[in-house]
Design a protein around this ligand. Structure first.
Ligand SMILES: NC(=O)c1ccc[n+]([C@@H]2O[C@H](COP(=O)([O-])OP(=O)(O)OC[C@H]3O[C@@H](n4cnc5c(N)ncnc54)[C@H](OP(=O)(O)O)[C@@H]3O)[C@@H](O)[C@H]2O)c1
Length: 197
C-alpha cells in the first residue's frame, strides 16, 4: 500500500509560514523557508526551475519522485491562490480537504469535505503505486491523529520566525518517531523520520 508522507519546510521554532501569509502574499514574511530550492547548482529532476545544493537535490528529488497524489488543507489551497487551478506537484493530482464548498475548484483538482480518511483514500487511489504527500500543518495533524502518517520530513531552516502558521499542533497522545536520515545542507537541515507503530 502506498505511504503517506508529510514534508514541510519549517523554521527552528516550528513555523511553516512567516507572519501575514495569504492569497497573493504566499508565506508572508517567511519566504526564506523555500530559499534552499534555489541556492545550489543541481537542477531538480522533478520540479522545473529548482536548482538545489547537491545534498538537498538528492533528498528532495527522491521524495518528490515518490509522490503520486497530494492532500492539501483548505488554508494552503487558499493561501496558494488555488495553485492556479492545478497542483503544486508537476505530476501528482491535488486533493483539497475542507469543511465547505470550494466554487473555484477546477476539473484538475478534487475537493473532499468528508474528512481526512476519505481524502487520503481518494489520494491513494489517484496515486496508484506511488505515495501520498500532505500539505499543511492542520492536515498533517488530522492525519497523525487518525494514525495515517508513515513518514514526517522536516526541512528545517535555520531561522526563528517568531510567528506564522505553526506546523506543530496539539495531539491527543504522543507520536513516536524514528530518525531515518539527517542531512545537513546549505541553508537547511533535512530531518527524515518514520512514524513508529
Ligand atoms: N512551509 C511549507 O513547506 C508549507 C507547506 C504547505 C503549506 N504551507 C503553508 O501553510 C499554511 C497553511 O497551513 P495550516 O496548517 O494553517 O492549514 P492547512 O492544513 O493547509 O488547512 C487547514 C484547513 O483544512 C481544512 N481541514 C483540516 N482538517 C480537516 C478535516 N478533518 N475535515 C475537513 N476539513 C479539514 C479546514 O478548512 P475549512 O474548515 O476552512 O474548510 C482547516 O481550517 C499556508 O499558508 C500554506 O501556504 C507551508
Amino acid at each position: 500500500m502506498s505511504k503517506v508522507i508529510s514534508a514541510h519546510a519549517v523554521s527552528v521554532d516550528g513555523y511553516i509560514t512567516g507572519r501575514d501569509p495569504g492569497a497573493g502574499r504566499g508565506l508572508g514574511d517567511g519566504t526564506m523557508l523555500f530559499d534552499w530550492y534555489f541556492n545550489g547548482d543541481t537542477p531538480s529532476q522533478v520540479f522545473d526551475g529548482f536548482k538545489l545544493s547537491a545534498p538537498s537535490a538528492r533528498l528532495f528529488d527522491t521524495l518528490a519522485g515518490r509522490v503520486g497524489a497530494i492532500v492539501a488543507g483548505r488554508t494552503t489551497y487558499d493561501d496558494s491562490d488555488h495553485f492556479g487551478g492545478g497542483s503544486p506537484h508537476p505530476t501528482a493530482r491535488l486533493h483539497v480537504l475542507s469543511h465547505r464548498p470550494a466554487p473555484e475548484i477546477s476539473e484538475r483538482q478534487t475537493l473532499i469535505t468528508t474528512g481526512i480518511q476519505d481524502a487520503i483514500a481518494a489520494a491513494r487511489e489517484a496515486a496508484g503505486d506511488k505515495d501520498v504527500g500532505l500539505m499543511g500543518g492542520g492536515v498533517a495533524t488530522e492525519a497523525l491523529k487518525a494514525g495515517l502518517v508513515d513518514e514526517v520530513i522536516l526541512h528545517q531552516v535555520p531561522v526563528l520566525l517568531g510567528g506564522g502558521r505553526p506546523f506543530f499542533q496539539e495531539l491527543p497522545e504522543h507520536v513516536h518517531l524514528r530518525l531515518l536520515e539527517a542531512v545537513p545542507a546549505p541553508g537547511v537541515t533535512h530531518l527524515h523520520y518514520q512514524v513508529a507503530r
